[in-house]
Structures are given as structure tokens and as C-alpha cells.
Design a protein around this ligand. Structure first.
Ligand code: ADP
Ligand code: MG
Length: 370
């Protein structure tokens, strides 16, 4: 079966990855020169994809060992240590003796090997009983890395999650290893811009000035159009210019939404014009209708009115300007600015250096069409 070239999860190979040439070069350069990097963008813009893309290059490079883990679902430093441990396990040769050796190193924290019920992949569970043991587990892991001859590149995705941990010294502890272990560099990646920027740019914070920052923006429009067109034509399909413009309009070129829409168009049509794009958008909005309706339950009237006004304008620079308030019948500036803060907090709205837009591009279209 021929697969769809527009991926909506994960990373496959450079063939299905559009552009990001400069970003990949910057990341590679940082890795090769032992600079830590902080990678920030709104959700679903392509941070994880970029890391995987660059790691794909580095895994061919015998001097480097890429380690990736996502801490999104973790609730504390003990779970962080366990996820980290499992990511390091991936780098251990898949032989019984190598694994036994690794487990033996972690014996002090009662590591046990089991299997993931979903994937069948081996998984290590740690029985960490207190904060001291958390530090012990990190000690063991970083020592394991420090003893290796190769260079480790450790990507910690959704890094903003550590701000939700009960333990407040996570940053300081991690920072001490970042400084101590020589053969390791880090990529910290995440989506809550404000939170991450503060972590790395406030003098009082342990990671102050210690990493190079990279903000990931939308992919260049011409490059994206070319990418889409070439994948259609490679499969004997056609998409016209008007359809591409329409895709850009509905998605604001936000990577995930472009991919999702193209995936659907590719699977349903041989020839795509503006008509097919509109039809597909209608289908997607209909499918998501129950979800969007439940989103609305999370909002106060004031928040909804503000969200709607931003969806209609698409990008808003000054939500408390008299013009914006009166055009959308929004009432007092103070209540709108409160609504904006809550909407950002609930991740309905993305704040890109003061430019506000609705995070979910299809939801924005649904609001506009109501
Ligand atoms: N450069 C790219 N070209 C094509 N698809 C991409 C690209 N970057 C990301 N994607 C796709 O877009 C979606 C969102 O990307 P992801 O890397 O998960 O975003 P983030 O980590 O910023 O939330 C994924 O389905 C991914 O496959
Ligand atoms: Mg991601």
C-alpha cells in the first residue's frame, strides 16, 4: 500500500520533511560545538520533527549518541529520572549482558526490567522512594554517560513540564550536571514560550544565559507550496495554485494544520482545486464539532467574545485598543486584557512577541464560520 506523504505524527525521513534547512544547520552547529540549545515555538509547529530530523543525521555519525525523551506526562522528578533512564537504555546495545550491566549500575535504586504492554519494548522501572534517591538515580545515569567515549546529545522535549513539579530545585540540579558532565550537550524544547524564556533569560534562574535560543516560526510559504506540489505530482496527482493559497489561508501555514489538511486532500482527491479544499475544511470542522463545542464550555462569555474577535482578525497586536474594542463590542479594556491572559493560560491563544492568534487553526475557522 502506498502511504500518504503528509505525516501528521512523528518523523519518517528527509523526504517527508519540508525545509528547516537553516534551523537544522543551527542545531547541528550548536551540537558540534557543545552549545546547549533551547528550542521554542507554539505547539505543533515542528520542534519534535526538527529534533528527529537532526538526530537522523547524527545517528549516522559514529561519534555522537542522540538521546531523546519527552517529559510531557511526568508529574515529578522521580518520573523524570525514569523516563530519562529509559531513553538512555535505548542507547545500550540490545544484548542481554549489556542490559544486565546497565541494570546493575542502577541497582541502588531498585531498577527492574519489564516490557511495555503496548509496544512490547523493554522498559525499566525505578523504585525511587525519596528525593535523595532521585539525585542518586541522576548521579548513576550521568556517571554512566560520563564514562562513555562518545558524545551524548540529550534532547528533553516539553521541558516546560518541570515547572509543574513539586520539587523546586530541579533546574539547579540539572544545571549542575550540565556543567559537570563534559561529553554531553542538551536540547531543551518546549512550547510555553513565556515559561521557557524566563527559565533561560532571568539572572536569578540556574539556566540563565547557559543556552542558545532558537524560536521556530512557520515554514517559508514558497518552500511549503513546492513541497506539497511535488508530493502530489510524484503520485500522479495535481494541486493548483488557488488551492495552495486557500490552504495557507485556512492554516496560517502552521505546520500541523497544513500537514493535516494536505493529508486529507491527498487521500481523497486526484485533482485538488479551491473547491476541494473548502469541502475538506467543512468536513474537518463537522467532525470536530463536538470537541469545539466542549471547548466553549471552558470559556466565560467575556473570554469567548475576545477569542472570537481574535479569530476574526486572525492576528491582533493590541487587543485593548479603542478600535478593536468597539469594532467587536468588547466592553472595558481591563476585562479584555484579563480575558486575553486566561486565554493564553488555557492555550487557546498564542502570544508571539505580542502578536496574538488563535492556537488551533481549525477551531479558529469554526469560530469564524459561526
Ligand atoms: N518540516 C516539516 N515538514 C513536514 N511536516 C512536518 C515538519 N515539521 C513538523 N511536521 C509535522 O507537523 C506535525 C507537528 O510537528 P511536531 O514536530 O510534532 O510539532 P511540535 O513538537 O512543535 O509540537 C507533525 O505531524 C510532524 O510530522
Ligand atoms: Mg513536540
Amino acid at each position: 500500500m502506498k502511504h500518504n506523504p503528509f505525516l501528521i505524527t512523528g518523523y519518517k525521513s528527509p523526504d517527508y520533511f519540508c525545509n528547516r534547512i537553516l534551523e537544522a544547520e543551527r542545531l547541528e552547529n550548536a551540537i558540534e560545538n557543545q552549545r546547549n540549545m533551547t528550542l521554542i515555538s507554539s505547539r505543533r509547529m515542528g520542534k519534535t520533527g526538527l529534533i528527529m530530523h537532526v538526530f537522523g543525521q547524527f545517528s549516522k555519525h559514529s561519534d555522537y549518541i542522540p538521546v531523546y525523551f519527552d517529559i510531557m506526562g511526568t508529574t515529578g522528578f522521580d518520573e523524570f529520572a525514569e523516563v530519562f533512564c529509559n531513553a538512555v537504555l535505548q542507547t545500550v546495545p540490545k544484548t542481554e549482558s549489556a542490559w544486565k550491566g546497565f541494570l546493575k549500575k542502577l541497582a541502588a535504586i531498585r531498577a527492574s526490567l519489564g516490557f511495555d504492554p503496548l509496544t512490547g519494548e523493554p522498559r525499566i522501572s525505578l523504585d525511587i522512594r525519596n528525593e535523595k534517591e532521585v539525585e542518586l538515580s541522576l548521579d548513576l545515569l550521568f556517571n554512566f554517560i560520563a564514562k562513555k567515549k562518545k558524545f551524548f546529545v540529550v534532547a528533553i522535549d516539553e521541558f516546560q513540564q518541570i515547572a509543574t513539579y513539586k520539587q523546586k530545585n530541579v533546574e539547579a540540579i540539572l544545571r549542575s550536571y550540565v556543567q559537570k558532565v563534559r561529553n554531553i550537550s542538551f536540547i531543551f524544547s518546549g512550547s510555553k514560550k513565556h515559561m521557557l524564556s524566563e527559565m533561560f533569560s532571568q539572572p536569578s534562574r540556574p539556566f540563565f544565559n547557559s543556552t542558545e535560543m532558537m524560536f521556530l516560526d512557520v515554514i517559508n510559504q514558497n518552500d511549503y507550496f513546492e513541497f506539497i506540489q511535488s508530493h502530489f505530482s510524484k503520485s500522479g496527482k495535481h494541486i493548483d495554485d488557488e488551492a495552495l493559497a486557500s490552504i495557507a489561508d485556512y492554516t496560517s501555514l502552521h505546520t500541523f494544520y497544513v500537514q493535516f489538511l494536505c493529508n486529507r486532500l491527498f487521500s481523497a482527491f486526484k485533482k485538488v482545486t479551491d473547491k476541494e479544499v473548502k469541502e475538506t475544511i467543512r468536513t474537518i470542522l463537522n467532525e470536530n464539532q463536538p470537541i469545539y463545542a466542549s471547548y466553549l464550555n471552558l470559556l466565560t462569555t467575556n473570554q469567548y467574545k475576545t477569542l472570537r474577535a481574535i479569530a476574526l482578525e486572525r492576528i491582533v497586536e493590541n487587543p485593548t485598543s479603542g478600535k478593536f474594542l468597539s469594532m467587536h463590542h468588547l466592553g472595558a479594556a481591563s476585562s479584555v486584557s484579563q480575558a486575553v491572559s486566561s486565554l493564553i493560560g488555557k492555550e487557546f491563544i498564542h502570544d508571539d512577541s505580542g502578536l496574538l492568534s488563535v492556537q488551533d487553526k481549525f477551531f479558529a475557522q469554526w469560530i469564524r464560520s459561526k
